[in-house]
Design a protein around this ligand. Structure first.
Ligand SMILES: CC(C)(COP(=O)(O)OP(=O)(O)OC[C@H]1O[C@@H](n2cnc3c(N)ncnc32)[C@H](O)[C@@H]1OP(=O)(O)O)[C@@H](O)C(=O)NCCC(=O)NCCS
Length: 354
């Protein structure tokens, strides 16, 4: 007798084809589907692919998985559903930590065409994604969504934590004002590497150890910074003003940075930041929010932030909400413990969530 599970698996994958959209015409069809389902208000004048350069851009084709009914001829394949799959490493910055890293399969841009909805396409695609994630050695699948019922049905559970802290701009404006500026060239991928290294260094400071984050190369960072409607600010302590006047802004001398917005997502939200001193960051955020005429600004914060830093945040806040960070599906009972530990002791910054 053929085992029942296997018969089922064969039948659900038999009627469709999974493919990467290598041809420009396939990528256009995919982008139309994604825009229709994920950007229905059509309020943006840029493409959805520009919002996800690493997974929807032409060099990200291998991360993009389209589904078409198997009986369609190759050239006429109608894409009925899509999702990205991108394998990332989450790593602890503590060398003394015994288990330094886990592999996470990040999933995003999950959508089924309007006409194809409710026919089981996404269940099939998520089954295929799970198969690929396992074969690539992933410990878990991770994604971000408000579709609680759907993802629970697909076997995902909430994991990790993030604090969404609303900062009062009048309270921030009482703090010392650091020197803050927008570095030239980040929108075209021309930021000095030294500056990007410094930012990656800063975002690891001030959290309880071990602190886990997704590894990000300089190339990936500079591609992510090109996302439209993304604002990058860097700055340093007012005490360095003299040095500045003599030498101009120096890339490695920045004390903090923060990023607001990311395409259609997280507008008005500081979703990635790093600093040597919380008060400098808050003073810089206050200055920028005030220039933008805002009364409040939200910052996303890893809950494992050191106590002294969280006191400053509390003093400047009007509300603090705790939320799960992402939806997760561990891929084996053994990996579940490691994944929970890394996500509870770490953070996936907004720029890394696809
Ligand atoms: C959510 C979405 C991806 C589901 O795709 P789909 O191909 O219609 O889903 P399927 O037909 O494979 O459904 C699988 C199961 O989930 C259920 N389901 C589908 N959509 C659901 C929803 N919104 N809420 C709860 N359950 C849902 C189905 O009833 C089905 O259950 P069953 O197998 O027990 O009968 C699709 O509706 C969509 O593209 N929505 C708009 C874009 C979006 O919100 N994407 C998610 C962003 S992360």
């Amino acid at each position: 007798m053929f085992p029942q599970g296997k018969t089922f698996l064969t039948s659900i994958i038999a009627d469709c084809e999974f493919f990467e959209p290598i041809a420009a015409v396939q990528r256009d069809a995919r982008d139309r589907l994604l825009a229709e389902r994920l950007r229905p208000d059509r309020s943006r004048d840029y493409s959805i692919a520009s919002e996800y350069p690493l997974v929807l851009g032409s060099e990200g084709t291998r991360h993009s998985i389209c589904v078409a009914p198997r009986d369609d001829a190759l050239e006429a394949r109608a894409i009925v559903a899509h999702a990205n799959l991108w394998l990332r490493t989450m790593i602890s910055n503590s060398h003394s930590d015994g288990m330094g890293q886990i592999k996470l399969a990040l999933v995003g841009n999950v959508a089924t065409g309007t006409q194809a909805q409710g026919k089981g396409w996404m269940r099939k695609l998520l089954t295929e994604i799970e198969r690929r994630a396992r074969s690539q050695g992933a410990d878990a699948i991770v994604l971000w969504s408000d579709l609680t019922d759907f993802y629970q049905k697909m076997g995902f559970v909430p994991a990790g934590n993030e604090l969404r802290i609303m900062l009062s701009v009048p309270k921030l404006s009482q703090l010392d004002r650091p020197t803050v500026w927008t570095p030239e060239g980040y929108q075209t991928g021309k930021l000095p590497h030294d500056l990007m290294h410094r930012m990656l260094e800063l975002r690891a400071l001030g959290f309880k150890q071990p602190f886990f984050q997704l590894e990000r190369s300089i190339h990936e960072f500079s591609e992510l910074l090109k996302i439209p409607d993304l604002a990058l600010f860097v700055g340093h302590s007012p005490a360095k003003k003299g040095i500045d006047a003599a030498m101009g802004h120096h890339d490695r001398s920045i004390d903090f940075y923060f990023i607001i917005g990311k395409g259609a997502d997280m507008q008005g939200v500081i979703h990635e930041w790093g600093t040597t001193d919380m008060n400098l960051l808050l003073g810089g955020a206050g200055a920028i929010a005030q220039c933008g005429g805002l009364e409040e600004i939200m910052i996303l914060v890893p809950p494992t932030i050191e106590e002294a830093r969280s006191t400053f945040l509390h003093q400047a806040s009007t509300s603090i909400e705790g939320h799960a960070m992402a939806w997760v599906k561990p891929l084996s009972p053994e990996s579940k413990h490691l994944v929970d530990r890394a996500l509870l002791n770490g953070f996936i910054w907004g720029l890394d969530s696809i």
